[in-house]
Design a protein around this ligand. Structure first.
Ligand SMILES: [Zn+2]
Length: 186
């Protein structure tokens, strides 16, 4: 870790994000912790711990993983010279929120994951327009993200949404690496 990143990270020091609203996600695949550790063995720590949290829903290593994301995000922040508001710890919050979102279930709220619903008026089963019939989606609206990050929604949409997406993708890609690793091991 370079000192530059350490200095950036040391500026972020916030109270932890409330994880109460993270619901069940994924399935434990019938493995106990020792077996799971075996399946995840060989992954770098950040991916290992993220995958472990995703599968077990044990969030003990949440801060550690959020800090790993922040370390990675710091490279983007420095490279792209983000102007972060002082004293609001926005970068760290965005990293924490990204980990939360990656761990949270991806179900369309409109159709509750079914992808379709029964249209009573026309007596038809129709594809959900919100998720285009996939049943998936984010449970975090822009408004909700902004609120969690303590940023005005209009400010978030204009200045931070695309930056947040970049941070989200760090955590998302790590989780995809975990899935690939698990599939490789069969
Ligand atoms: Zn839907």
């Amino acid at each position: 870790m370079s000192n530059k990143y350490e200095r950036i990270i040391s500026r972020f020091n916030i109270t932890s994000v409330n994880l109460d609203y993270v619901g069940p996600s994924g399935t434990p695949q019938g493995l106990n912790r020792v077996e799971l550790a075996g399946v995840l063995a060989g992954l770098e720590d950040k991916r290992y711990e993220l995958g472990f949290m995703f599968i077990t829903q044990d969030y003990a290593k949440f801060s550690l993983v959020a800090n790993y994301v922040l370390l990675e995000a710091s490279k983007i922040i420095v490279r792209e010279k983000w102007k972060l508001p002082r004293g609001k710890y926005l970068a760290k919050r965005m990293c924490q929120l990204a980990v939360i979102e990656v761990l949270a279930p991806k179900l369309c709220r409109n159709c509750r994951g079914h992808g379709q619903y029964f249209d009573l008026k026309n007596n038809l089963v129709i594809d959900c327009k919100k998720c285009h019939g996939t049943g998936g989606g984010t449970i975090f609206s822009i408004t909700r993200r902004a609120k969690l990050l303590d940023v005005e929604p209009s400010n978030f949409r204009k200045n931070w949404q695309s930056k947040y997406d970049a941070i989200y993708m760090i955590a998302y890609n790590w989780l995809m690496d975990v899935f690939e690793h698990i599939n490789r091991k069969g």
